[in-house]
Design a protein around this ligand. Structure first.
Ligand code: GDP
Ligand code: MG
Length: 295
């Protein structure tokens, strides 16, 4: 008998969804950063064995007050996570409010699938405090089971995986067994560049940036195989463009060098990276632009 299914990880930004995905899938699946909302797209990670295939998805964090069209698109991703789930993991931390979970499931009704509460970052609280919190979540009568884990340090992961497998429906694999994700490499390249922008620039600049990998070609030069990448960074205003580029182009040069280094590690190939910056007015609210970026 073969089991397969979609396990959708959901929760507020920064609770550790990407960290859990990385641990389960064992690859650098989604970019992890201290700043929230790094991952705007739904990212799939696939764990396969002879007897099963689990398709995990890491849903972008829910935003309660949709101020921008962008945030609406993120909420859309949350809705989608309800549509195809065989199991949902609602992730929180010891800091999380029990009332948030209650409000969330009032707004998005659980469907015909089990929901597990996953208390991540259990390393940051006393076991007694965790037990008390888990009891409060159980009292909501929303969750089929509750777990305390540390995605970062690996505690509780085996028990969680066993419980996931227990409810996985019988069915054939959805993807080839050696596939780890449904996203093309160029998607990860743009996420790596975004990640670098987040760590190198401050305040509102990173949040106004969108990265579009325009071309991605594997070719060869005198030194052997090389990947030629051309990426465009869109910003909202001319002032942001100036900050990105920096005095005499210093800032963008540093960004390019650091991003190229990480992309080379990820692709296991030499990389030539060409970065451009363009101003686009109010892209957050421009539906056409949002569609172009795949929201
Ligand atoms: P996401 O926004 O939900 O995807 O959260 P991330 O996976 O990006 O994690 C946010 C931050 O929490 C990162 O700095 C992680 O290293 C940290 N983190 C994740 N899991 C744990 C954990 O189990 N314990 C601790 N102490 N930190 C964690
Ligand atoms: Mg994330």
């Amino acid at each position: 008998m073969h089991r397969s299914g979609f396990v959708n990880i959901i929760g507020l930004p920064n609770v550790g969804k990407s960290t859990l995905m990385n641990r389960l899938v064992g690859e650098r699946m989604s970019i992890i950063n201290r700043k929230p909302q790094t991952t705007r797209h739904r990212i799939i990670g696939i764990v396969s064995d002879e007897e099963f295939q689990i398709v995990f998805s890491d849903t972008p964090g829910l935003v309660d007050d949709p101020q921008y069209a962008l945030h609406e698109a993120m909420n859309q991703a949350v809705r989608q996570a309800f549509e195809d789930a065989d199991l949902m993991l609602y992730m929180t931390t010891p800091d999380g409010q029990v009332s948030n979970a209650q409000a969330f499931f009032k707004r998005f009704k659980p469907g015909e699938f089990p929901v597990y509460l996953v208390m991540n970052k259990s390393d940051l609280a006393e076991p007694a405090a965790i037990s008390t919190l888990l009891a409060e979540y159980e009292a909501l009568e929303i969750f089929d089971r509750t777990f305390a884990i540390s995605a970062l340090h690996g505690a509780g992961i085996d028990a969680l995986m066993a419980a996931v497998l227990e409810v996985l429906p019988e069915g054939p694999p959805y993807y080839p067994k050696d596939q780890l994700t449904d996203k093309p490499e160029r998607f990860f390249v743009s996420e790596i560049i975004r990640d670098k922008i987040l760590s190198l620039y401050h305040q509102e600049v990173p949040y106004s940036c969108e990265v579009d990998v325009e071309s991605f070609k594997e070719t060869e030069d005198s030194k052997g195989p090389i990947t030629m990448i051309r990426a465009l960074i869109y910003v909202n205003r001319q002032s942001q463009k100036s900050i990105l580029i920096g005095k005499g182009g210093e800032a963008i040069k540093r960004l390019g060098t650091q991003a190229r280094h990480d992309i080379e590690t990820f692709l296991e190939s030499r990389v030539f990276l060409d970065l451009y910056v363009k101003v686009r007015d109010n892209w957050r609210d421009d539906q056409r632009t949002l569609r172009r970026f795949g929201y």
